[in-house]
Design a protein around this ligand. Structure first.
Ligand SMILES: Cc1ncc(COP(=O)(O)O)c(C=O)c1O
Length: 394
């Protein structure tokens, strides 16, 4: 492998059109000068050299026309899913979208009609509800339960909520926020729920490579092969390799009949691949990329430990155990403060921008989400600032 990655390097991203850093002051009032951006889910790390080299190869060739011939990209995707996830994917089942929010919107368009219900297990990644509502469909929030400080399913409760007007469920696996890696039994229970209520199951597995040691992600396609005729899988290189700005995603549809409406939506909306994204994603899904991800995950696990241990010393502040993703979901209910107060302490005293819990739907009210994919020294600084901001609780 090439030079090992240096995740400790602090790279100043201010003034680079970074959403996370350059929108922190306008949106949160956290000063750009010395604030810490811990909201948007991208990482403050450079991608692996294989990705950078591929992009530099393109730049030195200097021609930026339309993309064609996706065979290498399909081979790379198939290799990654097989070697990293034990999942054999057929080339014809792969569709390229402009990212997975785009993939979600295309699924909503392809498989539901205006007024139909789309089920979300909330709190969950906020863009799902935004896309569903913008398309004139109904967001049906099925709240996750909390048991022993972690999210669990409440299938019986959700069964009772269904009206017959629901057509689709969008699953986030592993779960953002909350960091759950759903077990095989949980995945099968979700699949059975979809069969019972005749729902298309869209499984967004964008975080599937970022799983903490001791946990194992299972692709829905492997957990419940019996529901292939209603399953749409979504994966991407963008979270894993920190190339979200290139807006490229894999929508993988095992069932031939289900592919037709999806292809029709792609055509109707004029979606075609971004050549930068295709070149970067193809380079990423490689042995060098895999070695980089292994190093990354172990670094993220160290950040997770530092943050969880640090926050656990603040009375009333409770981190949810992070099994996957780099997005720490922190419960402030035990402080006795309302959301306005604990959020003001985080933003004004600690000068940290973190996502507000309510944007993730029901159950998010007393939470904030912190992005830990940043150099260890920055995580340490955030912990020190938070301890000080809530110092009167010690
Ligand atoms: C579950 C989930 N899906 C999709 C996305 C974004 O996907 P994209 O950037 O490919 O549109 C995110 C980003 O945080 C996410 O957490």
């Amino acid at each position: 492998m090439s030079t090992p990655p240096n995740f400790d390097e602090v790279i100043d991203r201010r003034g680079t059109h970074s959403s996370k850093w350059d929108m922190m002051e306008p949106l949160y009032g956290v000063p750009a000068a010395d604030g810490i951006a811990m909201w948007v889910a991208d990482m403050d790390f450079r991608p692996p050299a294989c990705v950078q080299n591929a992009l530099e190869g393109m730049a030195s060739h200097g021609l930026y026309g339309y993309f064609g011939d996706n065979r290498a990209n399909h081979d790379a995707i198939r290799w990654w899913m097989s070697t990293r996830h034990g999942w054999e994917v057929e080339a014809a089942s792969i569709f390229t979208t402009n990212g997975l929010v785009n993939g979600t919107a295309l699924c909503v368009d392809a498989y539901t009609k205006p007024g139909d219900g789309v089920v979300l297990m909330t709190p969950v990644y906020h863009a799902f509800a935004r896309v569903i509502a913008a398309a004139g469909r109904k967001v049906v929030e099925c709240p996750l339960a909390i048991e022993d400080g972690r999210y669990v399913l409440d299938i019986a409760g959700w069964d009772a909520m269904m009206t017959g007007g629901e057509r689709m469920l969008i699953l986030c696996s592993p779960h953002n926020p909350g960091g759950r890696v759903w077990t095989g039994d949980e995945l099968r229970a979700i699949a059975a729920f979809c069969v019972r209520h005749d729902l298309i199951l869209v499984s967004d597995e964008i975080h599937h490579d970022l799983v903490m040691p001791g946990h194992k992600h299972t692709a829905m396609a492997l957990a419940a092969p019996e529901i292939m005729d209603r399953l749409v899988m979504m994966t991407a290189t963008t979270k894993t390799f920190n190339i979200a700005g290139c807006h490229v995603g894999n929508v993988i549809i095992p069932d031939k009949a289900l592919r037709t409406p999806f292809q029709a939506s792609l055509n109707a909306q004029g979606v075609s691949p971004n050549s930068f994204g295709m070149v970067m994603a193809t380079a990423a899904y490689s042995p060098d990329g895999a070695a980089w991800v292994d190093t990354l995950v172990s670094y993220l696990d160290g950040n997770r430990r530092l943050f969880e241990d640090g926050l656990a010393t603040i009375p009333g502040v409770r981190p949810m155990a992070l099994e996957a993703t780099y997005l720490a979901w922190i419960d402030f209910a035990g402080t006795g403060m309302d959301a306005a107060e604990f959020t003001a302490r985080v933003e004004k005293q600690a000068r940290i921008a973190a996502n507000h819990g309510p944007s993730f739907g029901k159950g998010g009210g007393h939470f904030l989400r912190f992005n830990l994919a940043t150099p260890r020294a920055v995580v340490a600084e955030s912990v020190a600032r938070l301890k000080q901001a809530f110092g009167d609780l010690q």
